[in-house]
Design a protein around this ligand. Sequence first.
Ligand code: ATP
Length: 186
Amino acid sequence: VGILGGTFDPPHLGHLHVIEALANKFDQIMVIPTGDPYLRPANPIASPGERLEMCSKALEDLSDELQGKVVVLDIETSRKGATYTFDTLQSLRAFFPKDDFTLILGSDAAATFHKWKRSEDVKKQADVLVVRRPGDIKSEFKEIEISALDVSATQIREDFAKGKTPDTISPSVLNYIKDRGLYGSR
Ligand code: ATP
């Protein structure tokens, strides 16, 4: 089982590309938006519930076959306090005792891995597979070359703030954002 965690503020085509490129390596991919991402310098703009809903919307644009393989879990957005991957893996282990978990990390997330709560124990609970993002250097973990897209949520939020409509999010996520006026899109 591959786990793609993140803030997803908002989810974008870079995330979908990772899912599409890695889907054949896993029986299932779990997309898990964070509750309170304590390592980020600024709080997310969209609420946990909105980020969860946007993740579900983003997956609507995947093929039917892929949709059958990918699930969005509220295991972190529904938890109070800071989100720790260590706690998430423990809960998942209790629900799915026989599964092997692999954390799928972009290279920026891999670079702060050593700051995570009980990072050494996290490594014992799950494998780590890193997707290198454009411009980043090699990490300490096993990497997979999938030509990651040069897309970030930061850039997307900046585009909206400037009154531009980014072309790097899927149509259903864009509709959701515009309906709610998120990121200054109204
Ligand atoms: P922000 O710009 O707000 O920091 P982000 O674009 O990095 O956001 P996250 O929601 O933080 O997106 O990312 C979730 C996970 O997906 C992280 O492991 C991140 O490294 C990875 N990721 C994000 N964008 C890409 C991309 N374009 N290619 C590969 N991996 C990505």
